[in-house]
Write a protein that binds this ligand. Structure first.
Ligand SMILES: *Cc1c(COP(=O)(O)O)cnc(C)c1O
Length: 381
């Protein structure tokens, strides 16, 4: 049985395997069955019906818990948003959710939907610790949830999690962290006292842009039971192939993140000196406002960077059209490098610059990635 003392790179490989009996497969089987044979009310965890639970989820749930250092198995969902919706369904009417103004846009939309139940949504600059703490302490706010994303998507703001968690708890709020960008290799929010971690497994954890999947993790048995109930009733369950593919992708997480993080930092440094680039943002650059905080709190700086080319939104669109290797596409965290002008969507926060391109660095050779960006920048410059 793997123990939490193992390093994350090892855990990603060894957890969620069948027992080592002679003749046993090294990979878990995919079970395709919507229902299970049973008489009367079966005890405990004996499967009954696949919406309520199936053994095909368990190896992935075990592996995710190992990586996030969660005491309880993870809960996989049909998408990151299904996991986020289940967590937001726990918010009591008349309370407030304090959330980054640059949280993932669909998470913000889902939070705002709670306003019809008298929930207040208080948007904050999650990097501004004093402002977040003030919102939590405001007696008019009555926060029940502090939502954290760090780095934020796409502004890459870094939250001071060790300072925010006790402040939220003192105010009677639980702390939920969307850890999609950092991955559990970059930070493990539960070890800082966060109550729930959510993931878009679609991104780095699965890592190959071939599945949509989500997960929630907690150490708290009460929260675990509630989220599990939300999954069973809401029905946002993972398909067996998706769960299996995500686990297969997870095996190489540390190699992929190691490579893409190193390339992202190298590209950010080079782009910052490029004559056709107006601005570059990446937590690994000393010019990033929370660079020191990221250096202290994270292992690595993540594989996302943003750049603003010359020529405004039209310049950014031209750059996205001029690249040959980089894929112009939404989403992120795949083995292939991709880029996107976020404000092409009307739903993106108006405080995100019109000309901002979000770059998700994959695992290709960094020199090829650089050469492609450089030729595209020169062409539009
Ligand atoms: C993509 C993403 C989500 C949503 O996940 P889906 O799997 O697309 O539902 C949530 N948070 C962040 C930070 C994301 O990047």
């Amino acid at each position: 049985m793997p123990t939490p003392e193992l390093q994350p790179a090892t855990l990603a490989v060894v957890t969620g395997r069948p027992d080592r009996a002679d003749g046993a497969p090294v990979n878990p089987p995919v079970v395709l069955s919507s229902t299970y044979v049973g008489h009367g009310v079966p005890p405990g965890d004996v499967p009954v019906y696949t919406r309520l639970g199936t053994e095909t989820w368990l190896p992935l749930e075990e592996a995710l818990a190992g990586l996030e250092r969660a005491a309880l198995p993870g809960l996989v969902f049909s998408s990151g948003m299904a996991a986020i919706s289940a967590v937001l369904d726990l918010v009591e009417p008349g309370t407030a959710v304090v959330i980054p103004r640059h949280a993932y846009h669909a998470a913000l939309v889902a939070a705002r939907r709670l306003e019809r139940y008298g929930v207040r949504v208080v948007e904050v600059d999650i990097a501004d610790t004093a402002a977040v703490v003030a919102a939590l302490q405001d007696s008019d706010v009555r926060a029940s949830v502090l939502w954290v994303e760090s780095p934020t998507n796409p502004m890459l703001e870094i939250a001071d999690l060790p300072a925010l968690v006790p402040a939220a708890h003192a105010a009677g709020a639980i702390v939920v962290v969307d850890n999609t960008f950092a991955t559990p290799l970059g930070q493990r929010p539960l070890t800082h006292g966060a109550d729930v971690v959510v993931h878009s497994v679609t991104k780095y954890l699965a890592g190959h842009s071939d599945v949509v999947l989500g997960a929630a993790l907690t150490n708290d048995p009460g929260l675990h039971a509630q989220l599990r109930e939300r999954r069973s009733i809401g029905g946002g369950i993972a398909g067996p192939w998706e769960a299996w593919l995500a686990l297969r992708g997870l095996r190489t997480l540390s190699l992929r993140v190691e490579r893409s993080q190193a390339s992202a930092l190298e590209l950010a440094r080079r782009l910052a000196a490029h004559p056709d680039v107006v601005a570059v943002n990446h937590p690994g650059l000393p010019s990033h406002p929370e660079h020191e905080r990221a250096r202290t709190l994270m292992d690595g700086f993540g594989s996302i960077l943003t750049l603003r080319p010359r020529g405004g939104a039209a310049g950014a669109d031209a750059l996205a059209a001029a690249v040959r290797l980089w894929v112009p596409a939404t989403s992120l965290g795949g083995v292939e490098s991709s880029l996107e002008r976020r404000r092409r969507f009307a739903s993106e926060a108006p405080t995100v610059p019109e000309d901002l391109l979000r770059l998700s660095v994959g695992i290709e050779d960094v020199e090829d990635l650089w050469a492609d960006l450089d030729q595209a920048l020169r062409r539009i410059g």
